[in-house]
Design a binder for this molecule. Structure first.
Ligand code: AMP
Ligand code: MG
Length: 510
């Protein structure tokens, strides 16, 4: 007899069990009070079809890839629940673009349950695009294929780059259209819809605390803090946990900065208390090095969330979390200490990352500060591809670095800086081969450039062709490996993609 793998999955529901529930069950948009979540089921979709699957994550979870038996696809589309699941939408608030926005909450994400995974961890399975919840406000609770594919692939790519992130198990087409005004110009059109199954130990955000503090629901705030401390931080005090959140956020920022990742919407509702990258929307990867670059067209004017501002915004967001915790930790100085921990952790991790990117044991020699500042001046001199420059720097010659330049190459300045750099590396006790191997292990060859995402999206939308998507999934599993045969995925962004929608910058529409 065929084993029913889906029926063998075991779910815990610690969030539902441990935290105050919304007593109202009506699934209509509304303000919720004194609760951390509302129980709500996903809304079924017309014709679910599995488009992408993460083998690697599935193995860790102990979930079989759905075959001809469609049970799991139905579950991952929100059409069916497995025994033991208690779906809910979380209540949270947040600061959006620097302003308090009040209640936000899971407007289209629904957690199905916490899986007792094969690797002995407990992982929330959450469907994004699963239909309306009380937190949907005026929106439809759905997600389009293009943004879902971007979330699926980028969260997996980030994981394989070694960055803390929520993950993605599956991408399922719903067979239902979704209306979106992609350019916010009054021309909505129907687009294919999709659901991503996201996976993380917890999706709690800064905003889950903030809403309870803002509404002065201090009992619920304390219960949430106790829950988080107990379940995710080995029962430390909330004060200590705040320091740990600050530390992890500092490490996360160093990771984003070392890879040229720009999140695009660092609102406090998009900040994970576990220090994970969360909520992939209009993100992007630096192509031309530019501290002011933002992939989010909504952010083009203020540039609050541009590449160079990310460490600063993270600190600002942590300060908002600290404010929310004040009713629980009256010792303000202790919370302020967290912000220092953040700043120190980031500064230290960023310096280490730079040393590694340059193939140096540490940036601790006389002249190293000048070497680094000279490097960033050089990168800003002409439009220089951040990823290619560092990857190719393992062979520090002008010829090797030529592919990093979108236009003219600053021959003289580059030559001068390379002279300094070459003399610096001769002082390291490393063979050339070893230095190259080390540099390649931290400077990726493959990042998920927006134009690559758009090509995969176009292929599916045009004729259901999942080949480009499949190829990206495979290649992005080994971002630091050479992978001959895939050189075309490692090049500069082509000129046609410079101003094409979705290929460089994009809107929040999703
Ligand atoms: P985001 O900008 O994706 O972080 O979302 C901000 C808020 O808007 C969150 O509360 C989301 O749940 C909500 N939201 C975004 N898109 C939708 C949608 N299509 N339907 C319902 N809620 C949404
Ligand atoms: Mg969000």
């Amino acid at each position: 007899m065929k084993r029913d793998y889906a029926a063998e999955l075991r779910f815990d529901n610690s969030f539902v069990r441990g935290l105050p529930a919304d007593p109202v069950l009506a699934n209509v948009p509304r303000q919720v009070h004194n609760a951390a979540y509302t129980r709500v089921d996903p809304t079924p979709v017309a014709a679910p079809k599995l488009l992408a699957w993460s083998d690697d994550l599935a193995a860790r979870l102990g979930i079989e890839k759905p075959g001809t038996d469609n049970t799991m696809v139905e579950v991952l589309a929100g059409n069916r629940l497995l025994p033991g699941m208690q779906p809910y939408a979380a209540r949270y608030g947040g600061h959006q673009f620097g302003h308090w926005a009040g209640q936000l909450g899971d407007g289209r994400a629904i957690t199905l349950g916490e899986l007792n995974a094969a690797d002995s961890t407990r992982q929330e399975l959450q469907l994004k695009g699963a239909g309306r919840t009380p937190y949907s406000r005026t929106a439809d609770g759905r997600a389009v294929l293009r943004s879902s594919l971007r979330e699926f692939l980028c969260s997996e790519a980030m994981h394989h780059l070694g960055v803390p992130t929520t993950r993605a198990l599956s991408l399922v087409a719903t067979g239902e259209p979704v209306m979106r005004d992609m350019f916010y110009d009054g021309h909505p059109r129907e687009e294919p819809g999709a659901v991503v199954c996201r996976v993380a130990p917890s999706f709690v955000r800064f905003g889950n605390f903030q809403i309870l503090a803002a509404q002065e629901e201090h009992d619920a705030l304390r219960t949430l803090a106790d829950y988080v401390c107990k379940n995710y931080f080995s029962n430390k005090s909330i004060q200590e946990v705040f320091l740990e959140i600050c530390r992890r956020t500092g490490l996360l920022m160093a990771d984003w900065m070392r890879l040229g990742f720009v999140h695009g919407v660092m609102n406090t509702d998009n900040m994970s208390i576990l220090g994970l990258t969360i909520d992939y929307g209009p993100y992007g990867w630096l192509e031309g090095y530019d501290l002011e670059w933002t992939p989010n067209t909504t952010d083009a004017e203020g540039r609050r969330y541009c590449y160079g501002n990310q460490p600063h915004v993270a600190r600002w967001n942590l300060a908002r979390l600290a404010e929310a915790l004040l009713p629980l930790v009256p010792d303000k100085a202790a919370l302020e200490g967290g912000l220092t921990v953040y700043a120190d952790t980031f500064a230290d991790a960023w310096r280490k990352a730079l040393a590694q990117k340059l193939g140096l044991a540490a940036l601790d020699q006389p002249g190293d500060d000048e070497l680094v500042s000279g490097l960033f001046q050089l990168l800003a001199e002409q439009e220089t591809d951040f990823t290619i420059f560092f990857r190719n720097l393992s062979t520090p010659t002008i010829e090797s670095l030529r592919p990093a330049y979108y236009g003219e190459l600053p021959e003289q300045k580059l030559g001068e800086w390379l002279g300094l750099y070459r003399s610096r590396i001769t002082r390291e006790n490393l063979s050339e081969a070893e230095r190259q191997t080390r540099m390649h292990s931290v400077n990726p060859k493959y990042v998920f450039r927006n134009y690559l995402a758009q090509q995969a999206i176009d292929a599916i939308e045009r004729n259901g062709d999942t080949q480009p998507l499949e190829r990206l999934i495979q290649v992005l599993k080994r971002p630091y490996d050479g992978q001959p045969g895939h050189q075309d995925l490692a090049g500069r962004r082509p000129e046609w993609a410079r101003h094409k929608a979705g290929c460089s910058a994009l809107s929040c529409s999703s």
